[in-house]
Design a protein around this ligand. Sequence first.
Ligand code: ZN
Length: 370
Amino acid sequence: MLHLRNTCKQESYLLSLTMKPEGLQVTCDCSDNSKPYCDHIYGALQTLIGTLGESYFKKLLPEGAIQLAFKHRLCFDKMESSAGLDVSVREELQTVFWLDNLIVVTDLSAMLNLPADGPKSAKPFIAQEDKKPGEDGICYLWIVPYRNRFQPFVLPCAGKMNKAQTEVKQFYGFLSALQQPYDSLLTEAQQELNKTCFAHWQLAETLPGRLIKEGLVQCQTHPWFEILNYWRSLIEQLSQQAFVYAYFLHRVDQLKKDKPHKQRATGIFVSTDVPVVTFSLTDMGVYYQFRPEIWINRERVQEYEADTSFFVTHKNTLYLLGSLRDAAILQWMDQLEGVITVFKEHFAAFEQTILAPIRQHYTVTTNKTN
Ligand SMILES: [Zn+2]
């Protein structure tokens, strides 16, 4: 129950808000019995809803944010205003199970039912014959969309090499590798690779930027599986390329008008190692923290980026995830800032709705902080 002092000019009454199984109960300690709800209640609810929003009342539920804020003072910020009392979870706890709507809408079973097997490489791999760059060379841009607005894709691009021929000094147009003067720079393997790049891009264009959004799988499974298939064959061929850059692109129409800017390109390595996804549950005292862990060659990777569908990047190296399921579950967790905080009061519900289903498919280790 939450008591609020409801004051206007000289009048002051005590307003009590209680969440009962049948709904919200609001009472006032004034002596006006002429109607079921006195004017003070109407006035107070109008102010509460107007200022704190309708979702405020969810915080009054048993074991909701208000109750927990009084119980675990260090985990919450309290904001008192003339409208009443509001609370919010401290930012460092990130996404909190049960209190955060982002997790409520999650369709976890749809993600966990995605194919877990790695697709087979579609084409036999053509070994790369050596063609040393001269003044000009061929590189590949892994186009990373701004805020996941579209699917990433790969573009071949010609550029002017530095003297030591260790990097591209200046990029020519986005699609320059396909133009006459640079045609001769392409090896046979690169010509094959370029075909795969464009076939992939054509399919990628028809799909939303994110595999997962608000906990839901975006569109049907089949095209995603096909995209992953393309990536599998691209990644093998890209790992053989001397010059690959991650390139941040805001809008697709820049490809026609613009040239790649050097400062938006980061030289990367492409690895054919497949990251392994596991989870950990850490007992932090009054709450648990649940987070994914990435393992590459049996070593746990401490810092990684997973905001692009299908990929993990670590120390300037690009790794393709092994399955659609891994890609989905990791993107979902990434959108929850990479960690779910679970107050012990909500653990039973968390275990039933999230932990147990994940445990059926992934290793979950438990540990305790001191
Ligand atoms: Zn009243």
